[in-house]
Design a binder for this molecule. Sequence first.
Ligand SMILES: Nc1ncnc2c1ncn2[C@@H]1O[C@H](COP(=O)(O)OP(=O)(O)OP(=O)(O)O)[C@@H](O)[C@H]1O
Length: 563
Amino acid sequence: MNTASALRAFRALLPALRPEWRGMLRSYLVGTASALALAALTVLTAWAVGHAVVDRTPPGAAWWVLVGGLVLARTVLTWQEMDVSHALAYRVLARLRMALFDAYARSVPGRRREHSGRAAAVAMGDIEKLEFFYAHTVAQLGASITVFLTTLITASVLLPEAGAVMLGGSAVVATTALYWARTARRLGEREQHERSALSERIVDALGALREVLAYRLASRIIAETDTATRRATAITRRRELLAQLVTAVRELVVTAVVVGVIAVSAAAAGVLTDGADARLSPALLPALVALAVAGVAATTEATTTLTQLHPLIASAGRVAAGLNRPPVVTVPRAPRRLPDGPLGLRFRDVSFAYDSRRPTLTAWSAEVAPGEHAGLAGPSGAGKSTVIALAARLWDPSAGTVELVTADGAGFPVSELDDTALRGAVALVDQDATLFHGTVRDNLLRGGRPRPDSDLAAVLARVGATGWIGLDDDLGEDGVRLSGGQKARLCLARALARRPRVLLVDEVTASLDPDTEQAISDVIADFDGTVLIASHRPETLARCDRIIDITAPTGRDREPSVL
Ligand SMILES: Nc1ncnc2c1ncn2[C@@H]1O[C@H](COP(=O)(O)OP(=O)(O)OP(=O)(O)O)[C@@H](O)[C@H]1O
């Protein structure tokens, strides 16, 4: 990644971080003041030593007051720096995560299938690295540059040759570090690649533990993981060796600068000519050396920070890509109000394609009257889940409209409704529905309005979930302790707890035993509202008032008896 794309990546994150500009400025000011105070202390001490040795005069009261003040200021500033940057770090972390989750929420489920492990790594690892960058690194970089410029100007005013030596030394330090950084960056890229591949493999293996055990894949996965870990570790070791080499070069240059400044200062102070042509008091020599060392140290710090930015640039690129994901649905500027009362569904000439090669739906039309229970039938891959997702406005069609219709036939395109109104009216129970971490109560209330426990208990009773689970029971990760049938019941309970007017159901009975299918179908049949249920199962479809054949070109209905 070149400098331009690096800047683009960091700039892309700025809109999300704009509200934090004051915090960043404060962090820079406090960091710079602290670094300048330290540099000033070093130079003042060297100056006092020079005067004590050369002029045989101890530092006066003003010097003690100044040094005392600087020590105090440095102590307060160091504490402040930590305080400011930690507070900023938390805010940056929260802002980036909120912006990323918001972008995901608007674009997931996207039309492309994605690796959830990668998305999680961006949200957790990449943002943590960037938090450090914005809260600490930017301020540090600014402070180092300011200290370098201040010391360079001061040294040049005192003795231009010393300024020139310092500038030369700093240039060598910066060039060598930046030159080696290219190799370090290449190694870093390979290391990052190896580590991401490794973490994806681990996430895959953990997510498919049942298959790993059932197919005896454990030893192969362990061996592959071991090889990948070794590869990543070998690259890390090479990168660290390179870093040590750069450090050694840097120390050599610092020594050369010290010797150079001593030489030019000694010449200017007339040390070699017994004071003839002296332009500088010899007492200033230690102070000049201290200035030069502080300046080169600041350059070192700045270039080291710059050379270590590469992983951050990659992280910024990934987070920026996440933040700039195109939203799958657009937000209406002036949302329409949904009237009270029963609502049905209308699909008018709806076309949709996941990719440009093959359309899933072409000018597809169908209608479900308010209060009607309609089944959606058709062969696998015909687009039933797609129709359900369009009705839930997880995606927008490329052409045509999806509407909620009132009893008098007025249509309200879902794309013209505000999200809260739509989610309040329509609930979806998906074939791969996920239960969240937390208790049953948390899951039933998630996203909905607060409800008394008695209401929630009634919903649990409605789906036949009493007896084996209670509102306070913890579900673990995605209801890992539950059977497929139990999960289906809880997902249905979660939808019903929202008291929707339209219930969308996608293949929830597909893998259930006949008794559970019957129980779930009973609950759906009792639902007092509109239902659109996609299913392959004749038993489930037989409970509907009407069946819509998705393959019929105009959404023509066929009778249940045909199935
Ligand atoms: N996220 C996606 N990205 C790309 N293609 C997809 C995606 N989801 C579905 N498809 C494709 O779109 C078509 C319709 O899929 P859909 O899941 O809607 O069919 P379905 O009738 O519900 O199938 P099934 O009965 O097997 O669940 C299929 O060809 C499928 O491969």
